[in-house]
Write a protein that binds this ligand. Structure first.
Ligand code: UFG
Length: 326
């Protein structure tokens, strides 16, 4: 079965591509390599370097391969950047995403797994967050693009019979078997903490110490990227027999503050990581912790890596082996 994966050279995309290939799927791996790394793409995938703005190239891919379903991960995804440059986010995540949907419809490819985000929830009071609670407006343009795209998918289901599963990832983290996190610039907490432990920075900037959380720093729900990848395979398997489209949280149901991440990293690395307190970063919600009960009960998804230290350790092993990334 041929599956098209967009964003296949990115952090999550590289894990998804590998999981699909390990499960026997034929993967057509698309990436513009702006954030992704060619080396991260599984050698058995058919790689096409293309940006979703290049409609003729995309169309050609759909003409060349008998694509059955699409896993759409390609996106720009830095929360802070989205606040200062929303144009880039609306262009890439919505306009270029619509290009993909157009070509899918043209070729009657009507199954999609969409990479959505915890950022659709804004700054909710509920803990844990469930999929069916009323969505408060997203706090940043990045989250807004993900929510709008989910709504487009709803409309496309109704009008054109598109069937989709939107996976709302909480904080993807960790590494394994030669794949890991390498954003440039790196803005994510865990790799940045570990870079300081490796001597690649003097101190970790802690963005905001006056949030309404137990220690004043932001709380997040960290999920191992390999568990997130597995959920895509599970979603694809379920998609064919589902009566209607669904959204699912992918989370561990436990929250850790920025300072708790630093403490876990101190233990894992054996280094006392210095921190420096900075003002809040724009667009950050105080606390995001979710329930993934729906994904567990309906899809049979079961995260393997549930301990924070295991997740941080896996990232540390990768970071030590790849101190300068791929
Ligand atoms: N943080 C620091 N110092 C750093 C980096 C991050 O204090 O050097 C803080 C952030 O301000 C935030 C927390 O650590 O409070 C987590 O930040 P990340 O950048 O690691 O992750 P985010 O929660 O901002 O973003 C992630 C994904 C997004 C997704 C979002 C949902 O990267 O794609 O989770 O909340 F939308």
């Amino acid at each position: 079965m041929h599956i098209l994966v967009t964003g296949a050279a990115g952090y999550i995309g590289s894990f998804v591509t590998r999981s699909l290939i390990n499960e026997g799927y034929q993967v057509i791996a698309l990436d513009n390599l702006q954030q992704g790394h060619r080396e991260a793409v599984h050698p058995d995938a058919r790689f096409v370097e293309v940006d979703l703005c290049h409609v003729p190239v995309l169309r050609n891919v759909f003409e060349q391969y008998p694509i059955q379903a699409v896993v759409h991960l390609a996106a720009v995804s830095f929360v802070g950047e989205s606040v200062v440059n929303p144009q880039k986010y609306f262009q890439s995540n919505l306009v270029f995403g619509l290009n993909l949907l157009d070509i899918m419809l043209e070729h009657k490819v009507l199954e999609l797994v969409f990479s959505s985000s915890a950022a659709v929830y804004g700054s909710p009071d509920a803990k844990p967050i469930r999929e069916d609670q009323p969505v408060v407006p997203p706090l940043n343009p990045y989250g807004e693009t993900k929510l709008i795209f989910e709504r487009i998918l709803q409309r496309y289901e109704h009008a054109y019979g598109l069937k989709y599963i939107a996976l709302r990832y909480f904080n993807a983290a960790g590494a394994d078997n030669g794949l890991g996190e390498d954003h440039r610039p790196e803005t994510h907490l865990i790799p940045n903490v570990l870079k300081v432990a490796l001597g690649q920075g003097e101190a970790l900037p802690v963005f905001g110490t006056d949030y309404p959380t137990h220690d004043g720093t932001c709380v997040r729900d960290y999920v191992h990227v390999a568990d997130i990848a597995k959920a895509h395979v599970t979603a694809l398997r379920n998609l064919g027999c589902m009566k209607s489209s669904r959204v699912y949280n992918l989370a561990n149901g436990k929250g850790f503050s920025v300072l708790e991440i630093v403490t876990a990293a101190n233990r894992v690395t054996g280094v006392k990581i210095p921190v420096v307190y900075r003002p809040r970063r724009q667009g950050d919600p105080a606390c995001l912790i979710a329930s993934a009960e729906r994904a567990k009960s309906e899809l049979g998804w079961q995260p393997v890596h549930q301990e924070l230290e295991d997740i941080v350790r896996s990232a540390w092993l990768w970071q030590k082996e790849h101190p300068h990334g791929y």
